[in-house]
Write a protein that binds this ligand. Structure first.
Ligand code: FES
Length: 174
């Protein structure tokens, strides 16, 4: 008998069978942990403002009285969850618009300078009417939020706007 066989008296076949069993146990354990984790997250899931409710409809977010927003002014809000940062603004022409703050270049937060939406990271600019890029590195328009001006004068964010140029895009409230 070889010397190494005396030191390691395990058959190659036994060794592989043992490994398979251990591997199966490991897989079962990982699967159980994964299932338990998903179950826990599912149980904890809470609807956020703006997230679709169980009926599949979009939930609206109250942005306050529309009259409080004067031409050239803006206000920040969150829509679907705390990380979904958006900006509602009134243009110099008096129109109301809302966009996600996420710059379409590398994701910095845009802000309203009273004329255009500006991204401070690489000096990208977007026009306010439809969120098209007009200067700097961004090439795609900002993601628009659909606004609704209700009879009591309050402004609501009610969903995502289709992309500019999409015929489904509705006229925003003036
Ligand atoms: S991240 Fe906005 S211009 Fe680069």
């Amino acid at each position: 008998m070889f010397r190494w066989k005396r030191n390691f008296p395990v058959d190659l076949a036994d060794e592989s069978s043992l490994s398979r069993r251990e591997f199966a146990r490991f897989l079962a354990l990982v699967s159980a942990g994964f299932t338990a984790g998903i179950g826990y997250l599912w149980g904890r899931k809470k609807p956020f403002d703006g997230a679709p409710d169980s009926s599949g409809l979009e939930r609206a977010v109250d942005l306050g009285p529309a009259a409080a927003l004067h031409p050239g002014e803006s206000k920040l809000f969150t829509f679907r969850d705390a990380d979904d940062r958006c900006i509602v603004l009134r243009t110099q022409m008096g129109d109301l618009r809302a966009y996600r703050q996420t710059c379409t270049h590398l994701g910095c937060a845009v802000r309203y300078d009273g004329q255009r939406l500006e991204c401070p990271c690489h000096h990208g600019f977007f026009e306010c009417g439809q969120g098209f890029p007009v200067q700097g590195p961004p090439t795609r328009p900002l993601s628009g939020i659909n606004l609704e001006l209700r009879a009591d004068g309050r402004l609501w964010a009610v969903g995502d706007l289709p992309k500019p140029g999409d015929p489904r895009r509705l006229e925003e409230p003036a």
